[in-house]
Design a protein around this ligand. Sequence first.
Ligand SMILES: C[S@@+](CC[C@H](N)C(=O)[O-])C[C@H]1O[C@@H](n2cnc3c(N)ncnc32)[C@H](O)[C@@H]1O
Ligand code: SF4
Length: 383
Amino acid sequence: MPNDSLSLYIHIPWCLHKCGYCDFNSHATAANAFPEDDYVTALIADLMLGKDELQGRSVQSIFIGGGTPSLFSAAAISKILNACQQQLNLSSDCEITLETNPGTFEAEKFAGFKLAGVNRLSIGVQSFDPEQLKKLERIHGRDEALHTVRTAQQLGFENINIDLMFALPGQTLAQALDDVAQACALALPHLSYYQLTIEPNTRFHRFPPVIPSLDEAADIQAAAMSAISAAGYTRYEVSAFSKIGAQCRHNLNYWQFGDYLGIGAGAHSKLTVDQESKRFQRVRQPSSYLLAVKEQTQVIQLRTLGSNDLIFEFMLNQLRLRRGFSAADFAQRTHLNWQDIAIQVERLLALGHLEQSEGRYFASEHAYRFLDSLLQEFLVETP
Ligand SMILES: C[S@@+](CC[C@H](N)C(=O)[O-])C[C@H]1O[C@@H](n2cnc3c(N)ncnc32)[C@H](O)[C@@H]1O
Ligand code: SF4
């Protein structure tokens, strides 16, 4: 990816049901009860304002995430992507992902997404077990998930990811491996495999289901990793697995600590201008966001990253990548000197927590399972 790689994230904040485990900025809506037209208009206005920050840099990827972007009509997605095409310098091979929930699948609509320019789908399957899908409060069953994947393929989508979660309520090792086997049997280019976390401010937090213990979850993860790699996938990030050449370019840019503009309710941005990296966030509540865009006050929480932030955030992202980072990556992304981390890196190498090969530094197999501890080494409290 070129030095000035840049991504665009577009947030769609509505879902047909708020799943009990989810703490994303997503809000339940009845079908057709969300302000699609107003939101598209707001997104385009937001883009027009935000694009100045990009200074004409080439955009390598667009990710339309949520919430449930597949709730939106193909015409709405097309309008948004047309505006991107007109206002931004999109690379000719720009990866354009749309997050989809199988409970919103309609073949005609998805054909329209493809015509609009979407060339990658990320499908939230979570599990193939009908009982588990009910416990997770998903609005779809196993058959709808399979139908979504197969029909998307028939429509010509080649670049498809599915999201699966593990350590689910009451899940046994055998059940988790059955999910993995069914996912691998689809032979898709990409698989995301997340451990269910019980997040504050969710129904699962208020009424905790019984989930596998940490040891049981670790056993599930280890067995699942073996099965996924036996099926021909490479784990390139903590939760991301791909066939050759199918890594998610958009997420890779985050993990490489690249720049991105985020538009839409609550979206985050990180942009570097004149070697100074800044973070922004859009107003979070959809209704407040719509108002704020009208008044051009949607951009909030401006923060310039100091050297301690840069070091920590660089490591937080890059160490998630199995291949880690090089000295050149560090210099390019942080504009700091290697001396700023040399002592910590040497100590971690001596302890065997970091390894070095062909000019790259990456977590040892053991330390990769405990990245939070590894990161403590790079945490310096800013007074
Ligand atoms: C924004 S959602 C994906 C698209 C769509 N909203 C859906 O759920 O089908 C992103 C993914 O994050 C994962 N996820 C959400 N909440 C999680 C949690 N508490 N623990 C682990 N993974 C979670 C799920 O796999 C989900 O598909
Ligand atoms: S559908 Fe996806 S974004 Fe919406 S509540 Fe469920 S997990 Fe969250």
